[in-house]
Design a protein around this ligand. Sequence first.
Ligand code: ADP
Ligand code: ZN
Ligand code: ZN
Length: 742
Amino acid sequence: MNMLSSDAASTIIRVVIAGPLRGFFDYIIPPELQPFEWQPGVRLRVPFGRSSRCAILLESDVTSPFDRQKLKPIEAVLDQVPLLSGGDIAFLRWAANYYQHPLGDVLFTALPARLRRGEAPLHLGRKGWQLTAVGAVVELDQLSRAPKQRALMALFQEAGEALDREAVMAGCGESQAIIRTMLKRGWLEQCELPPLPLLPRHSSNELAPTLNTAQQQAVTQASEALGQFSCFLLDGVTGSGKTEVYLALIEMALQRGEQVLMLAPEIGLTPQLVQRIELRFSTVSVLLHSGLSDHERERAWQQAASGLARIVIGTRSSIFTPLPELGLIIVDEEHDASFKQQEGFRYSARDLAVVRAQREGCLLLLGSATPSLESLYNVERKRYQRLVLPERAGLAKPPKLSLIDVSNIRLDGGLSPQLKSAIRDTLDRDEQVMLFLNRRGYAPVITCHGCGWLSSCQRCDAHMTLHFDDGLLWCHHCGQQHRKPHKCPACGHSELIPLGQGTERLEEVLKQRFPDSPLLRFDRDNMRRKGSLEKMLKVIEANECSLLIGTQMLAKGHHFPGVTLVGIIDMDQGLFSADYRAAERMAQMVMQVAGRAGRAEKLGRVLIQTRHPDHPLLQILIREGYASFAAEALRERRETELPPFSYQVLLRAESTDGLQAMSFLEQAAQQAHQLSSQVEVLGPIPAPMERRAGKRRAQLLLQANSRALLQGLLAPWVVQLDKLKLARRVRWSIDVDPQEMV
Ligand code: ADP
Ligand code: ZN
Ligand code: ZN
């Protein structure tokens, strides 16, 4: 009888458990933890299988469809206050559902690493001391022989509240020893004080330039929408002053008491942007990116979540940062591929920014010199409003683009005679040259002069790149590395010849041809050490270096006023590809690279080496610019019914023999057919790179002309997929709105 009544009184709660688990789990609160009134968003520890796991509370007081007797009690409550708000949880649930990714994974990836593991949150607060009950009644006269203790005691008794180190310092000159004595005597105790806002909630320094007419118009138009959901595409050529528009709007949002979230591609690459924001606003701003330690990241996250930080600048995952007073989201370089996560939880931070802004009723600004076709189409459909900055700010003129036909030309280390003489002229004028080659290493493959052997990767359908500096052959797809062989592994011949160009080899050739010009190379191999980018940027700024070479790393966001010539060594990688987005990416890359040239008063030019100078899209881009290119590319997409005129989901699968992956996808295709006749099912076909890291890969594409149709199919389809026997034998994943077909 007793048992029953206590049982009936116990609360049932619903939680999400950390890990790749779809769905919810119900538990009961044991009597010793009652009364239970924690809010959704607190972490709990719950028994699961034979171990225990970290979980997040979704709802309390639920009616469970399960037998109450079978529900297990939770083990512990880990937080006093929720880590995620109801709004945060709803947003994450939306994302898990849209991308068909397990909620357990989605909720927990939104948390900093330590919190994900169930550890206690770091304290942001200051340490302080307060009087104990005993200390509060100590007579000061009692301490006349110990003047320092007396002074400290007087300070605390007069204050009547806890004091931090600064206050003690100011009151009587801090002395660790005296404080320790008083702690020992039981008069003082340590305590936690709330974090002190070190900086005002909003404040800007008077550094802003006077905005030009186009900038002013953009700011006015967008600012009218502050306080409600509205999405703007800020379309402005590189150097047109987009960042100034961001800064003006940030200032307005701060003044309204709102927090600002700014997403940028790979933040480590744009120290100049971060510096500009920090110089302009003396309020608390935090950075969130992968270069931070777990502690740094968590501190920044907590400052954002507690409202202490007013500006958050981060890479894609910061779209999930809790921001209680969010009023403005900016996505800089919105076309950038790094906003899409390509593994695990395959979300697009740019697209989620739209959803989040809508849910929270805030202003969203997507900025780019080369907007994605998706965003341009959304402007056409009147979903976004377009703000145009047609000209470079200040005195800078747009650079002149021209093609160099290299189809029948002997190249010297990848350089045509025309490009070489242009480099010579530029260097003679004491101006800087930037050469761009999107391939790191020395050469993409080596071959044997005797038998024609090629350095192929044993685990991938790919070649191994020669990295001369490290003496390695390296597969950029699976990471496999070998020492560079001294003789041919097939026939023993000693002459191994590097084929093609990488950045290391370009560096070598340029050093031979232009020995008097100091050179810097930017690529991932060179940038591994922290701070090396900042150091190199300083060298360039000081004009101590006249030749810059690099991969796409160099193309993003940096401002190099001294560069007047940009050379693109090999355009053709991007022109012909199985991926229908390749042309769009090629055009964006060209314009971004071109944007580095002539950003100051001097005129810049861009020379592009290609074997296909007549390629129609390349021609339009060079002659008429990005807007015309985009219009033409959009027209082609409309005709072929490709995104953004249709919606896609890619189901990928891989297995050791490839057969199981194929049959899994065939069964999946059948299920999809049965679920909907309006969704097109294409494939399965082998992946463009079929063999990778020792696995055979294949894919199935679903396409529909409405997002709702596709979404309607997804949820029941995934449930069925999960039940297939082969689902446990192959590795598979779902990619909603895939950006890459590889
Ligand atoms: P974007 O972000 O579009 O590439 P930036 O905002 O970085 O352009 O501006 C490019 C350069 O022009 C910067 O050096 C910036 O300080 C300068 N600039 C921007 N707006 C103005 C303005 N209204 N008056 C003078 N200089 C400006
Ligand atoms: Zn050989
Ligand atoms: Zn490989």
